[in-house]
Design a protein around this ligand. Structure first.
Ligand SMILES: NC(=O)c1ccc[n+]([C@@H]2O[C@H](COP(=O)([O-])OP(=O)(O)OC[C@H]3O[C@@H](n4cnc5c(N)ncnc54)[C@H](OP(=O)(O)O)[C@@H]3O)[C@@H](O)[C@H]2O)c1
Length: 249
């Protein structure tokens, strides 16, 4: 299938990388200052041309840039599937400008690996095409309302940046205690992956109980985490990002 991808920036490139494994992409950006990394990706600055020649449209521009994009494509999208990854812009706002089968979606940069958490919301019925495209990007979740999609801007979109900082903390601690940088990073990545796998089948409390023996090293570290209110600090940092979503309303 030919897909028009409006916005070939950080997220757009991840989407193109993912979908070009199976589909042909006509990606657009204003400045033609990058080259496509695959023969299945064509890059142009002509939104109308991209949409006219595609069966489906994906929008990945910044919120401030969506309005002129919708004006440019409105004559060519009638009844086509349009998936918007644009943060904060509601279905109502999009549908007030175009007559199309609009779906809102939100994921993260892990889309390039096909490993994002991708949420979508639509007021249309089930659409096989939506599921088949989004499932190439990772784990798909059908949101119950648009507010969940707004929350996903932080809990899926921003989250890899937060986790990257946590991984940094593990790497720094390793370095401080004499592990070399490469080993320290390899260890941190392995620990995050393994913990995520283990937690698929047990609660955090049960996992911690199996590791923290009385009077041992783990409980020493956990007590120090309590002292520094690490959990509170992380939850409150994520909370700040969430506040920013709803300030935009
Ligand atoms: N980055 C992430 O990890 C992430 C995660 C989840 C959601 N999102 C959402 O994805 C959207 C894009 O974010 P981003 O980080 O990818 O932004 P970005 O890197 O700034 O990319 C935006 C792209 O849109 C293009 N663009 C702007 N106006 C256009 C127009 N009229 N026609 C065609 N292309 C146009 C820009 O082209 P030029 O380069 O030529 O200006 C640029 O390539 C945002 O709504 C954001 O909230 C991003």
């Amino acid at each position: 299938m030919k897909i028009a991808l409006i916005g070939y920036g950080n997220l757009g490139k991840a989407i193109a990388k993912c979908l070009s494994r199976k589909h042909e992409i006509i990606a657009t950006k204003r400045n033609l200052d990058v080259k496509a990394k695959s023969k299945r990706i064509e890059i142009t600055n002509n939104n109308a041309y991209a949409v006219k020649n595609a069966e489906c449209v994906i929008i990945a521009v910044k919120p401030k840039d969506i309005s002129p994009v919708l004006d440019e494509i409105k004559d060519y999208v009638e009844n086509k599937l349009v998936i918007s990854f644009v943060a904060f812009v509601s279905l109502k706002e999009i549908k007030s400008k175009i007559n199309a089968r609009v779906v809102r979606a939100m994921g993260n940069i892990g889309i390039e690996l096909g490993k994002s958490f991708v949420a979508y919301y639509t007021e249309n019925g089930e659409d096989e095409k939506v599921l088949s495209l989004l499932s190439l990007m990772g784990k798909v979740y059908k949101a119950e309302n648009e507010r969940e999609i707004d929350l996903m801007t932080v809990f899926s979109g921003s989250a890899p940046a937060f986790v990257a900082r946590l991984i940094d903390a593990f790497v720094l601690a390793g370095l401080k205690h004499g592990l070399n940088a490469e080993l320290s990073k390899e260890l941190a990545l392995s620990i995050f992956n393994t913990t995520a796998e283990l937690l698929k089948c047990e609660t955090t409390e049960s996992l911690i109980k199996r590791i923290a023996t009385p009077g041992g090293t783990t409980i020493e570290g956990l007590m120090e985490m309590e002292k520094h209110r690490v959990v509170h600090g992380i939850a409150s940092s994520i909370g700040k990002a969430v506040e920013k979503i709803f300030k935009k309303e």
